[in-house]
Design a protein around this ligand. Structure first.
Ligand code: PLP
Length: 392
């Protein structure tokens, strides 16, 4: 067996959360066990994804659901499903979409680097709205009528990025989509916890919703979920599956064979394949995530951060616990007068420590305990104190 040490890789203390750049969340033990168990036998992947779909329905109320290789892959597949539907010729064309409706309407303030995953399907984003709050020019953000006014004959869908502060509301945007029969694709990659968001966002009436499997769920880092209406989930699955079989032997799962005029070839998502091991590991992690006491888990993280806060305070370092509600992930904002330099020093120290870097320009290092291991807490405190500490 090769370990990190053999490759001269120094593991880091992850105090910034389930970020992809650091490999996501620690894998839950039951996910690891399921991964190993799944590796011992062969299964038909489409049968497995179909059975997964039924279980995801039972857990979330979605008509259907599949496991993808991440939320970003789920966004590409969800967009591809909205673009191509059940048409093998359109599936074959993607990402070339000149000859089909291909615009996805998106609020300007929902744009981010992650929407590259939507554009990778061949979708073109059509931006609407102005965020006068951020530009400092006024009090208004994107409004529902602006989505409606942008709908034309080449509109394929609406992209909505869900956060606690997204505007306009998802319900308002879905109402417009429903009125004009335009499916809504929701990026909810980071919207867990709370676990209730799975069912809540599915019930919104969105066509499809994408979640990460490797963030708070604690599944393998390269997994995600696409949940939603069966017609779109079925199309997304087809565009991800390996299609090397005879048409005479082919039975599309999740979709009615009657709806197809031919058997699609490998689709745009063929490169996003998910292993049976990853599928079973994520299902096991999700089972735990949905059935554990989330507020107790969050309280434990908050208690870890309070302990760290007390240690820092003794060393004269100021910090503030940011825990908006008991279902949300708590964070500790540590005050630093030299935040960029301290962040770099911590990354390159011994041990190496990574802290949240979202508020460095405000002089804050953000600590999130979700990926922190018990035995790392002392080292973390010592590193913080020696890097930013000044005698009180
Ligand atoms: C993390 C994230 C993604 C990507 O999720 P992966 O599971 O890493 O592919 C997409 N969108 C948003 C808003 C995210 O936070």
């Amino acid at each position: 067996m090769i370990n990190y040490n053999d490759l001269k890789i120094i593991p880091v203390i992850n105090a910034c959360g389930t970020v992809t750049r650091l490999g996501g969340a620690p894998l839950r033990q039951e996910a690891l066990d399921a991964y190993h168990q799944a590796s011992l036998e062969s299964v038909a992947i489409e049968e497995l994804q179909t059975a997964v779909s039924a279980q995801l329905s039972a857990w979330t109320g979605a008509e259907a659901g599949i496991i993808t290789s991440g939320a970003a892959a789920a966004l590409t597949l969800g967009a591809a499903a909205i673009l191509a539907g059940n048409d093998p010729a359109k599936m074959e064309c993607l990402p070339h979409t000149e000859d089909m409706p291909h615009e996805f309407i998106v609020s300007r303030d929902h744009r981010s680097g992650y929407d590259h995953a939507v554009r990778a399907s061949g979708a073109r984003l059509k931006e609407v709205g102005l965020n006068e709050v951020v530009s400092g020019a006024g009090v208004r953000r994107t409004e529902p009528w602006e989505y409606e006014a942008a709908i034309t004959s080449i509109t394929a869908g609406i992209l909505y990025v869900h956060t606690n502060s997204s505007a306009p509301s998802l319900a308002d945007v879905i109402a417009i989509g429903t009125k004009h029969q335009i499916p809504v694709l929701v990026d909810a990659a980071g919207e867990l916890p709370p676990p209730s968001n799975l069912a809540h966002l599915v019930a919104s009436g969105a066509a499809v919703v994408a979640f990460s499997g490797g963030k708070a769920i604690g599944g393998p880092q390269a997994t995600g979920l696409l949940l939603g209406q069966q017609q779109f989930i079925g199309s997304a699955l087809l565009q991800m599956l390996d299609m090397d079989d005879h048409p005479q032997l082919w039975e599309p799962t999740l979709l009615d064979p009657e709806d197809f005029n031919g058997m699609p070839r490998h689709g745009i998502g063929r490169g996003f394949k998910v292993s049976k091991e990853s599928i079973m590991a994520l299902m096991s992690a999700l089972d735990s995530f949905l059935h554990e006491d989330n507020s107790a888990r969050m309280a434990e993280l908050a208690s870890t951060l309070s302990d760290i806060q007390a240690r820092l305070s003794e060393a004269g370092i100021e910090s503030h616990l940011n825990w908006p509600n008991q279902e949300a992930t708590p964070r500790l904002n540590v005050v630093s007068s030299n935040a960029f330099e301290d962040c770099a020093t911590l990354r390159n120290g011994n041990p190496r420590v990574f802290v949240g870097h979202g508020l460095l320009d405000q002089g804050l290092l953000i600590l999130n305990a979700i990926a922190l291991l018990e035995h790392q807490i002392d080292d973390l405190c010592n590193a913080l104190i020696s890097t930013i500490g000044k005698p009180a």
